[in-house]
Design a protein around this ligand. Structure first.
Ligand SMILES: [Zn+2]
Ligand SMILES: [Zn+2]
Ligand SMILES: [Zn+2]
Ligand SMILES: [Zn+2]
Length: 491
């Protein structure tokens, strides 16, 4: 597709931004964009410079930098740094632990971008030259010095590129990457990033109306409408994690994107009624604790019950969230197994008197639990008792209800939750039927909802790359839907 269903406009609030130039249906493709550059992120552990998989002491025979195979040695994306490094005989310095972040790869993506600029000066001039870099703010960051050493000095002096590129240009390239790069999927779990100049124009909102999919073969991005969009509507992409609470989203956006988000969701202490940031009051039974002014991270938090009067500082709230997030990170490092379910249930039990049941911390743990029930040893779907099937249903519905508000429409998360929801619904209906509680006609009726779940999950997830985890589920959802249709016909 070369036609784009959107136009670029300009104002003081967003700078450049995109608006739809026709009415769009949910799921409709708006534009695709090829990356100007892609490569490892800063502070990445050593990884193959061809396919970004983890490597262990295997090097390119030509340049001596990490590469997993002969095929990757010849990959066009590696040729750029391969030529530069082999010409000046600068080799990768072996490391003790190949799973620990190493600053050595920090220079790779900036170098690829510098060479891409030489190879396509027109595209650079048209699309990259105008991009935001926030160099002034970045100079005050602790990362600035490391970047001077590991990227600017390394490339210009160590790799003898000083006559080809200026230090200002290397700083500009680093700024474009820091402000605009988007994470891309990679084999083996190490994340890499890419710059999509057109995608980068979209305005941010913590309630987005578009979704993006990155394809695995050439890292092209496809951007679609998540909900019906009218001609003239602004396109909004969310640059943060949808389920994160306001404090965390706003800190991330300020830290990495250099702006204070003042979207509708951030401005509302209840987060549009989802209560993703709300705590329970420990001093009374009537109130909940919310920020006085959610657009100020230092504002006081108060109990909503005027008689109670409990209050705490924004700083205390941030500190508590950080401590508990570390616990969630630990849970996320568990191997999928019975422990992964039991420890998460224990976590929810421990914090259920602290957080609102829909608070971000509890909701994201419930999201993972919804995926784990029915899938791990000791908890496979056909051995789950009705009570646990119902628990899985309850968690899926809770997440879906929240997504309807903060990530409305056809998103990957919605597709995944719908897929998770279909199985317990199906098993519960069949169990009721075999226990003689419902008749065949009622069974048929009850199987309509799981059928709808599968149809919608398949429609959403089959837009993802077929090799991606979501794309694989999309195809399974489609097959399960066909099977369920067949069995309904024979009932
Ligand atoms: Zn490779
Ligand atoms: Zn090489
Ligand atoms: Zn916001
Ligand atoms: Zn209270």
């Amino acid at each position: 597709m070369t036609e784009k269903h959107c136009d670029i406009l300009h104002n003081d609030k967003f700078g450049r931004y995109l608006v739809a130039n026709k009415d769009l249906d949910a799921g409709e493709l708006i534009f695709t964009n090829t990356p100007f550059v892609f490569g490892p992120k800063q502070d990445s552990p050593p990884l193959c410079l061809g396919c970004f998989c983890p490597v262990d002491n295997t090097m390119c025979s030509r340049c001596g930098w990490p590469i997993c195979s002969e095929a990757c040695e010849k990959a066009p994306q590696h040729k750029i740094e391969c030529d530069v490094f082999s010409a000046v005989k600068v080799r990768f310095q072996p490391v003790d632990d190949w799973t620990v972040p190493s600053p050595q790869l920090d220079c790779i993506t900036p170098l690829r971008m510098l060479i891409a600029k030489e190879q396509d000066p027109d595209r650079w001039q048209r699309e990259l030259e105008v991009m935001e870099t926030h160099t002034k703010e970045r100079k005050n960051r602790p990362t600035w010095e490391a970047e001077q050493t590991n990227v600017v000095n390394f490339l210009l002096n160590h790799c003898k590129l000083g006559a080809r590129f200026s230090s200002e240009l290397v700083e500009k390239v680093c700024g474009i990457l820091a402000v605009n790069a988007v994470e891309i999927p990679s084999r083996g779990g190490f994340s890499s990033h890419a710059v999509y100049p057109f995608l980068a124009i979209t305005a941010h909102s913590c309630v987005s109306n578009i979704v993006h999919t990155i394809l695995y073969d050439d890292y092209r991005v496809q951007v679609r409408a998540a909900v019906p969009i009218k001609a003239g509507d602004i396109l909004y992409l969310s640059y943060t994690h949808a389920l994160a609470p306001t404090i965390t989203r706003r800190e991330y956006l300020l830290e990495s994107k250099f702006f204070n988000c003042e979207c509708q969701r951030c401005a509302d202490p209840t987060e549009l009624g989802t209560h993703l940031s709300t705590l329970k009051c420990s001093k009374c039974d009537n109130g909940v604790i919310m920020s006085n002014n959610s657009l100020d991270n230092d504002a006081e938090w108060n109990c909503t019950d005027k008689k109670c009067g409990f209050k705490t500082s924004g700083a205390a709230m941030r500190k508590m969230l950080a401590v508990i997030q570390a616990e969630v990170d630990l849970l996320d490092s568990l191997e999928p197994g019975p422990q992964a379910i039991e420890q998460r249930e224990a976590f929810i039990n421990k914090y259920k008197s602290v957080f609102h049941p829909r608070h971000s911390v509890l909701l994201s743990v419930k999201y993972t639990l919804a995926e784990l029930y029915g899938r791990v040893e000791g908890y496979t779907i056909d051995e789950l008792p009705d009570l646990m099937l119902e628990r899985k249903v309850e968690m899926c519905r809770l997440v879906l209800k929240t997504l309807d508000i903060i990530l409305p429409g056809e998103s990957r998360m919605r597709g995944m939750m719908l897929y998770e929801l279909h199985a317990p619904l199906m098993y519960l209906a069949r169990n009721e039927f075999s226990a003689g509680i419902i008749a065949q006609e009622q069974l048929k009726e009850k199987l309509q909802e799981p059928l709808q779940c599968l149809a919608e999950a398949a429609r959403i997830l089959q837009r993802e790359d077929p090799q991606s985890p979501e794309g694989i589920i999309g195809n399974i959802a489609y097959q399960s839907m066909e099977q369920l249709k067949l069995s309904l016909d024979t009932l």
